[in-house]
Design a binder for this molecule. Sequence first.
Ligand code: BGC
Length: 366
Amino acid sequence: MKAITLIPGTTNVSLQELPDPVITAADDIKLRTIQVGICGTDREEVNGGRAIAPHGKDVLVIGHELFGEVIEVGRAVRAVRPGDFAMFTVRRGCGNCRACIKNRSDMSFTGDYTERGIKGADGFQAEYVVDKEKYIVKIPAEIKDIGVLTEPMSVAAKAIDEALSIQAARLGDFENTENWFAGKKALIAGIGPIGLMAAFALRLRGVQVIGMDIVDQNTLRPSVLKSIGGIYSDGRKVDVLEHDDLYGQIDFVFEAAGIASLQIKLIDTLGINGIYVATGIPADERSMNVPVGSLMRELVLKNQVVLGSVNAGIQHYRMAVKYLEESKRRWPAAIQQIITERIPFTEFHRALHPQTTNEIKVVIEW
Ligand code: BGC
């Protein structure tokens, strides 16, 4: 089969012929790849950044945002049948800690997990993929046109779910915590694919959403945000710290920009009893001057929570499927606008270029 491979630590990406993966166990499932999304992590990898080849190998098959069709299943598989649409989750556990043993490698205690297409395990940019039933997520045919968004949506779904569980646990006595988000105000910093996925999920939960970025009002990402009832704030015109003055108390901050200085500043925008979740992974190691005294004082005096969230458990992928189904029912045009380009695998180089203004999600077609 054909696969897109990278020599980690270099910019050497190529299309290679590899052996087809085969079903060897009763719980194996084989997918024919239909589409695989490209994200910031892929671009970081092909620029010589964060990527690790499988143990004993020097090349890595890239890609972790899978959408495919089941073509063969082992004899014990019950979750899917040939002809179903599905995807596999990204992370594989260390096998040793409590989280990984419970299929919650997104919360691994050891850090010795692998990630398909990123860290120590081949990814999905290939014609066929085989993996275990416990990592499969079925995708209804009704959303096959946007099924490739399941992985990025799962990252947003986990971050939102974590925030909800924490707020429900600490505010349960005074608030309707079943959907703590309803009627609340959220600031999303960075309306790239993850920020926009969060915007859809939060709007579905009845949140007033303000999305911040540094592009013109009339470009695609702000337009999509506005078409689902969000407010766009141009970070070049409005200082991050002014958002609470302009819009009132911010109950939830969802960060998806991956810029460390912004990530720190955002703490200051958070309101009383608010919660802030960071999902962006900054690549640079620069140090900076921060007014820690006032940030920490406010954090304590306002009972604020700041947390990081990465990857997703299988339940978050299932939530992601629900969010996508619901988004397609409510805003069919807007959710479809997220996929801005479908590029044949033979032209993969074109898909790995740096992000352009009117691009949201580029996917490779297999
Ligand atoms: C992926 C996650 C992964 C993270 C860290 C993100 O781009 O979506 O699944 O856990 O990178 O490697």
